[in-house]
Design a protein around this ligand. Structure first.
Ligand code: T5A
Length: 222
């Protein structure tokens, strides 16, 4: 039975590592799983990713960034997610629209893209293809920065730990029950404490994914 699951959270929360482990665990259980990342996973999306993360591109207005992330997202939904769902596969993606809501919205304060604009574009981009489960890996920015200390920061990571504090606060807002974003994922949005060991985080992520896969199909879902 097809499911669309995304792992999201601040920079360095461990989502790439956890996505890899989740994909391996689900495949070991016999599921057919497609592993994607945002932005990216299509030729168009990977080109946009290169531009969006390139420090030499410099500053962009939050709306400019948001539209580019949404463009890459829609291409991924059309070219990768929808066909995989039609084949009955499970899709595990790194990041989701929550990142745009947080990074280009809440974390930019007064300059951020207005919430009602983000809500409208999200609904339009996901009109035919929605998530089943969104997992937010919540991490202390200092811990995340230490984990990623040996890497060269990309254009967005270069905004530093203060920006990551705003990003974390933004993710904590979207996981609140009643936030409009949870209405776009059939099994809702789950916060997982990602300050713990890799194994502890993996256990929670896998449990949530297995529960989501075990739930009956939602109306209209393949
Ligand atoms: N962005 C993205 C937006 O602004 N808007 C959007 O709409 C979207 C989609 C690219 C950037 O774009 C922004 C957000 C980002 O700034 P990205 O490639 O996902 O997105 O960038 P990062 O989040 O920076 O990805 P990273 O690969 O750097 O971080 P991960 O995936 O969170 O972390 P991971 O798994 O690579 O782990 C980092 C290190 O920590 C260790 C790992 O082994 C690794 O060495 N680690 C742990 N160590 C101990 N305990 C744990 N629990 C650990 N978890 C991980």
């Amino acid at each position: 039975m097809s499911r669309f699951i995304a792992l999201d959270g601040p920079d360095g929360c461990g989502k790439s590592t956890q996505a890899r482990r989740l994909v391996e665990a689900l495949r070991a259980q016999g599921h057919s799983v497609l592993h994607l990342r945002e932005p990216g996973s299509t030729p168009f999306g990977e080109r946009l990713r290169e531009a969006l993360l390139d420090p030499s591109v410099g500053d962009l207005a939050p709306l400019t960034e948001a539209l580019a992330f949404f463009a890459a997202r829609r291409a991924m939904l059309d070219e990768e997610v929808a066909p995989a769902r039609a084949r009955g596969e499970i899709v595990v993606a790194e990041r989701s629209f929550l990142s745009t809501v947080v990074y280009q919205g809440a974390a930019c304060g007064q300059d951020g893209v207005a919430d009602d604009v983000l809500r409208w574009i999200t609904a339009a981009v996901h009109e035919r293809c929605r998530h089943d489960l969104l997992v937010v890996l919540d991490v202390d920015p200092e811990i995340a920065a230490r984990r990623a200390a040996d890497r060269n920061p990309d254009r967005i990571e270069a905004r530093g730990v203060e920006f990551q504090r705003l990003v974390r606060a933004g993710f904590l807002e979207v996981v609140e029950p009643g936030h409009w974003a949870s209405g776009l994922a059939a099994s809702g949005i789950l916060r997982v404490d990602a300050n713990r060991t890799l194994d502890e985080v993996h256990e929670d992520v896998l449990r949530a994914a297995v529960a989501c896969i075990g739930e009956g199909p939602a109306a209209g879902r393949p």
